[in-house]
Design a protein around this ligand. Structure first.
Ligand code: ADP
Ligand code: ZN
Ligand code: ZN
Length: 817
């Protein structure tokens, strides 16, 4: 009987691909192992075995696989199931999920190798000069890579030469695949075996008599080995003896010491004894009990706990419980909140059991976490990670904690899979019959809504730890301040007063200026008004080339206004100001204080972000100016004042979630103020102090915000009541995108009628030379999500089958918010 395997290839292929294997291979292979396979004319891919069977493919002839790459599966069955769910739900290929999940070291790279064709001798006269050079080089070296050819020929474009040599049958070309993962090797030293006798040793020490440094190294080696009996690391030796590594090397070169290597884990915890977890206060204790009770009947529970209420300590107790049952915990955090602050805190409690999975870690470190998890190693019991850690090979997950569950960075926008880690986590937990705890001081509307609908359990923690008071929030009316000439640049007199006082008392200040997205919205400089879409409740965006204001959801538009519609002022601004400008103004206002800035520009390097945080902690910075990055779960003792420079540009952001997000952002930044005894102060500068959201922020009234926003979502048909799928078409040619988008929209309207918005250019409609056009499909509460997706896929398939449309890229984004 012939044998076949279906494999997942790491590319956007809709179906699994079938390859032919031998009987022996069939007996050896298991689902979840990697194989390398040929694909297309000359490509080689690493694929994951999905299933093994005896059915030949119908429409093509199955090729043989190249090689089996594993002895045991590197992907678990649960992972495969989870990948399939992600692919179905987010409308992408399983291969795309696989690419996002596997550390790149597992996806072998192919590189072209050129060798001489041994079956044929080619005469030199038959070769052109450049061909001859390559052919000649192959006499000396059995194989060459593209790179080598470039240097031999001293030019970049070597493919034509290869092509001609191939046509003349002079060479053959193959792809070599190699694995990039290299386990980290630690260097150890021991005394060379020839000195093992007492006598030889005596002589050695005498010989070294005058080489003091070297003698010290040898003596240090003795004393370390006497203490530990374990292999001695070179680094330990240099530390103990105070000698440099060159001296160690000299001893190795002389044959006195011998070096050897042992493979170790990179992700190593070198802490002291574990700390025991903190005693909870009565509020935390009660919350913990309620969570445990809620888990009796619910798989998912939302913990709504104000900033600094001590949610983390509650999580720690839950984690302890789950570890006692020998189950794993996944602790999810937004990428940027994954700071050393929190990692250290958890490592102090759980020591070696914690593994961190972080995009800033090297590929090798990530491979080690993966392998530890595959082995269900004791080192991989608490996994602390950002979005992509939901894709790891768990064994027996007992609990997932999604901290800061409202964070937008849990959603992946590009490339596919465009998944939401919180939602993918809930599905993953279900596969393990594990529990999920969502935690936030400012829950997303969708999670809070689910809790109110009793789809999730719900627990509140309303007291800050140690009864620290919530900060005092004051709204500063900058319209009024402008009128009365009480502004100094972007700073109101109130802001300057409070800052001066805070600095005099020796406390620190955080100033928050929203990173203005790429959406050019228009604001009145006098009253702060920003023109709105009457259909969608979002700000209109400014399109310069047509001098128009447009809604980028529905296409509503009007001419750019010369005067503010609200107050008649002619001072209308479409630029706004950024952190850099704030920083400059602060420096001028407070020349004797240290000012730093934290935004995308200043945090680029590997530890850029960490450095600024440490400097703030160490009180090397008096005033920190920053963007959203400042909001993420940081705990600074000495910050007493938080200033929000301009609340209006957040509120006016052209997105249906702008109000919800502004509320979350402002409360989160406010939460950085006064985390200890003295009450913190928050100043919010705004043109519109009577804005509902600002009132709700200043009274910390989440419930009122929720109710009002839900009302808007209902009226304008937005999530969490309606669902959304965004379809983006991209192409270089403006007309082609327009034409294609019209065709696509028309087809969608035939099925979904009024629930299709657009097509509409986004505010920035040309990105890397491609024009973008968006179509939004709104899905009413009772409409089946899977049927909707089926209909879209059908339309998408007919679209792709039109020859003219084939070069147009289509991006499907489910829950694109
Ligand atoms: P949240 O995550 O809710 O904002 P944290 O868990 O960061 O709050 O707690 C705020 C501060 O209070 C932290 O410094 C934490 O160490 C401290 N804390 C919280 N609970 C306790 C406790 N039970 N005992 C001692 N310190 C606590
Ligand atoms: Zn105005
Ligand atoms: Zn609109």
């Amino acid at each position: 009987m012939p044998n076949f395997i279906d494999v997942i290839l790491p590319i956007p292929l809709e179906k699994l691909f079938t390859y032919s294997i031998t009987e022996a291979e069939a007996n050896f292979l298991k689902s979840g192992m990697r194989v390398s396979v040929p694909f297309g004319k000359s490509k080689i891919y690493t694929a994951i075995v999905h299933s093994i069977h005896n059915t030949a493919p119908v429409v093509y002839e199955a090729k043989d696989i190249h090689q089996i790459l594993d002895e045991t599966p590197v992907v678990t069955q649960t992972q495969l199931q989870h990948w399939h769910w992600i692919s179905r739900y987010y409308m992408c290929s399983v291969g795309e999920v696989m690419r996002a999940a596997l550390p790149s070291a597992f996806l072998l790279e192919s590189e072209t190798i050129i060798t001489k064709n041994k079956d044929r001798i080619v005469n030199d006269e038959d070769l052109k000069d450049d061909e001859f050079l390559v052919y000649e080089a192959l006499h000396h070296q059995s194989s060459l890579k593209i790179q080598d050819l470039m240097s031999i020929l001293d030019k970049k474009n070597v493919l034509p030469v290869i092509k001609r040599l191939l046509e003349k049958n002079a060479i053959t070309v193959e792809e070599e695949i190699y694995e990039k993962y290299k386990p980290k090797l630690v260097r150890y030293v021991k005394l060379h075996s020839s000195f093992s006798s007492e006598k030889a040793l005596q002589n050695l020490l005498e010989d070294l008599g005058r080489a003091h440094k070297q003698k010290e190294v040898v003596l240090a080696l003795f004393s370390i080995s006497a203490q530990t009996k374990k292999p001695v690391k070179v680094s330990d030796l240099t530390n103990q003896s105070g000698a440099s590594s060159t001296i160690v090397k000299a001893l190795i070169d002389k044959g006195i010491l011998e070096e050897y290597f042992i493979q170790t884990d990179r992700v190593q915890y070198e802490g002291e004894e574990n700390e025991s977890s903190k005693q909870l206060n009565e509020h935390q204790e009660k919350a913990l009990e309620q969570i445990e009770q809620s888990f009796q009947s619910q798989n998912i529970t939302l913990l709504h706990g104000v900033t600094s209420s001590g949610k983390t300590e509650v999580y720690v107790k839950l984690i302890e419980e789950v570890l006692k049952q020998n189950k794993q915990v996944l602790y999810l955090l937004p990428e940027i909140a994954l700071t050393t602050q929190l990692v250290n805190r958890l490592q102090n409690y759980f020591g070696e059991q914690v593994s961190v999975f972080h995009s800033k870690y090297s590929v090798n470190e990530r491979v080690e976490v993966w392998n530890n998890m595959l082995d269900n190693s004791p080192k991989a019991q608490v996994i602390l990670g950002a979005r992509s850690s939901v894709l790891l090979p768990f064994h027996n997950l007992g609990l997932i904690i999604v901290d800061e569950e409202h964070e937008q960075s849990y959603k992946q926008f590009d490339p596919a899979p465009r998944y939401h880690a919180r939602d993918a986590a809930i599905v993953l937990a279900n596969m393990f019959k594990a529990k999920t705890l969502l935690g936030s001081a400012t829950p997303s509307l969708e999670s809070y809504y689910n809790a109110m609908q009793n789809k999730y359990g719900f627990v509140e923690l309303n007291q800050r730890y140690n009864n620290v008071m919530m900060p005092d929030v004051e709204l500063v009316d900058i319209k009024d301040k402008h009128k009365r000439k009480r502004m100094n640049g972007h700073f109101s007199d109130r802001m300057i007063e409070e800052m001066t006082e805070t600095l005099e008392e020796g406390h620190q200040i955080i100033l928050f200026q929203n990173r203005r997205g790429f959406s050019p919205i228009v604001e009145c400089n006098t009253c702060g008004h920003s023109p709105q879409c009457p259909n969608c409740d979002v700000s209109l965006t400014f399109h310069q080339y047509k001098n128009e204001l447009r809604c980028h959801y529905c296409g509503y538009h009007m001419a750019m206004q010369q005067q503010c519609q609200a107050c008649g002022s002619v001072e209308i601004d479409s630029k706004g100001f950024g952190t850099e400008q704030v920083e400059e103004e602060v420096k001028a206002l407070f020349p004797n204080h240290k000012v730093a800035r934290m935004d995308l520009d200043t945090t680029r390097g590997k530890y850029g972000y960490e450095k600024i945080i440490t400097a703030l902690e160490q009180q090397e910075i008096d005033i920190l100016v920053g963007t959203q990055m400042l909001t993420k779960g940081l705990d600074f003792r000495n910050v007493k004042l938080v200033g929000i420079m301009n609340a209006d540009n957040m509120l006016n952001f052209p997105d249906f979630r702008a109000h919800e997000r502004s509320f979350q952002l402002m409360l989160q930044v406010a939460g950085r103020a006064g985390r200890t005894d003295k009450r913190g102060k928050v100043l919010i500068q705004t043109y519109n102090p009577y804005h509902r959201i600002l009132q709700q922020v200043s009274t910390n009234n989440y419930v009122e915000m929720f109710n009002e926003q839900m009302n808007d979502r209902h009226n304008y048909k937005y999530p969490p009541l309606y669902r959304l799928i965004k379809i983006t078409l991209k192409h270089r040619d403006f007309n082609k995108v327009n034409f294609a988008a019209d065709w696509y929209t028309k087809s969608l309207r035939q099925v979904f009628r009024d629930n299709v918005l657009g097509p509409e250019f986004p505010p920035v409609s040309r990105i890397r030379n491609l024009y973008h056009k968006n179509i939004l499909v709104k899905i009413p509460p009772k409409q089946s999500l899977s049927k909707t997706k089926e209909a879209i896929i059908k339309i998408n398939n007919s679209f792709q089958s039109v020859k003219d449309f084939r070069p147009v890229r289509v991006v499907l984004n489910v829950d694109n918010y």
